[in-house]
Design a protein around this ligand. Structure first.
Ligand SMILES: Cc1cc2nc3c(=O)[nH]c(=O)nc-3n(C[C@H](O)[C@H](O)[C@H](O)COP(=O)(O)O)c2cc1C
Length: 169
């Protein structure tokens, strides 16, 4: 049997991917008088010049068509104190914004209070791939103010983690 014909079982696939540690973001936008957002691990930087970033979103996402319509989004990089925000924005069919403090970004997207950092983007390109869409955004503004929060929220093997100093640092 050639390697390419081995079926990839979904649970094993998820478990394998869980070994890749990352930060967590909430992608937000604003359209028709309504803030929208979802928890997103698949954020990454794409290009320096022009400054491009990307995330992938499930084709069935309720948020995505609204983000597409707005033509812009904001990446909230979550801080260690925002586990509740990550949990809230990963739930479908709930009022994600109840009790959540936010302010408007230069492009008109919601900046969630207490985030570690943020990037304000215009949609640059969208590529449907498999059951997801790869969304690429051009960064038009970012946080220039010193924040009081310093620690990121991390995710590894299906659990939230904290940053620890490396013993060889
Ligand atoms: C830690 C974590 C990371 C996630 N990363 C992604 C992601 O990268 N892309 C995605 O489409 N959904 C991701 N999700 C799932 C969405 O947050 C979830 O499906 C959300 O309910 C979608 O909301 P919507 O249907 O209102 O758009 C993640 C969930 C969690 C808990």
């Amino acid at each position: 049997m050639s390697l390419s014909s081995i079926a990839i079982e979904p649970l094993s696939y998820r478990e394998a991917l869980g070994h890749y540690a990352s930060g967590i973001t909430v992608i937000t936008s604003f359209i028709d008088g309504e803030p929208i957002g979802f928890t997103c691990q698949s954020f990454y930087s794409v290009s320096m010049d022009p400054p491009l970033v990307s995330f992938s979103v499930m084709a069935s996402s309720a948020c995505y068509p609204k983000i597409r319509k707005a033509g812009r989004f904001l990446v909230n990089i979550l801080s260690a104190e925002q586990v509740h925000i990550s949990n809230r924005f990963s739930l479908r069919g709930t009022d994600k914004w109840r009790g959540v403090e936010w302010e408007e970004s230069p492009l008109g997207n919601p900046i969630i209070a207490g985030s570690l950092h943020w990037l304000d983007c215009e949609i640059y390109a969208v590529h449907p791939v498999g059951d997801h869409l790869i969304v690429i955004g051009e960064v038009k503004a970012l946080n220039l103010q010193a924040t009081t929060v310093t620690q990121p929220l991390l995710y590894f093997k299906g659990q939230y983690r904290n940053l620890g100093a490396h013993s060889e640092a």
